[in-house]
Design a protein around this ligand. Sequence first.
Ligand SMILES: C[S@@+](CC[C@H](N)C(=O)[O-])C[C@H]1O[C@@H](n2cnc3c(N)ncnc32)[C@H](O)[C@@H]1O
Length: 189
Amino acid sequence: MTEYFDITTENILSELEKTQKNFWNISRVTGEFIYTLIKAANCKNALEIGTSNGYSGIWLGKALKETGGHLTTIEFWEKRFSIARENFKTCGINDVISIIQGSACDVLKDLPEDFKIDFAFIDANKKEYIEYFNLIHPHLVPGGFICCDNILSHKEKTQSFIDGINNHPDYENVVLNLPAGLSLGRKIR
Ligand SMILES: C[S@@+](CC[C@H](N)C(=O)[O-])C[C@H]1O[C@@H](n2cnc3c(N)ncnc32)[C@H](O)[C@@H]1O
């Protein structure tokens, strides 16, 4: 297994991987993919929906720390929000992450018009993916990415999103055969 980070962060990731199923975290390989993509594309303004205990946020935050970027992540469950905040602090990335506690659609509706995103990661209520997509669309810059987890593991619930993005003239989208199925969409205009 490749080690990417300082020993403290690697230890936190290993600990969180032991309880992955309880907190519905992404797989390690999905984290590695997202981390590599953010750095390769030099993304700087990321948004995550579904923080949980911060496992995916650590991969996002570590990449953004290198690109000089920032992550806004949304979670409505107080207990998870608090655990994530501690994990971000321990991993030394709390300075590049804002956690918003609230319901994703409400938070997205309240984003200022000039809130620009070049990397969106969606991993919350599967049935709401299409709503998140429609609300994120005006904020996503051309060339920006929208990645969604659980596309294959929750095929039925996420189908309306897949249909929506595949039929949208502004997007190219593929579904990658990573553990739960990760869609990778790019806004092309
Ligand atoms: C699959 S888990 C996220 C896992 C996280 N991305 C990771 O890999 O570490 C989904 C999280 O989204 C939160 N969630 C679900 N629906 C939400 C909503 N409508 N607004 C905000 N958070 C939501 C849940 O409480 C849960 O913690």
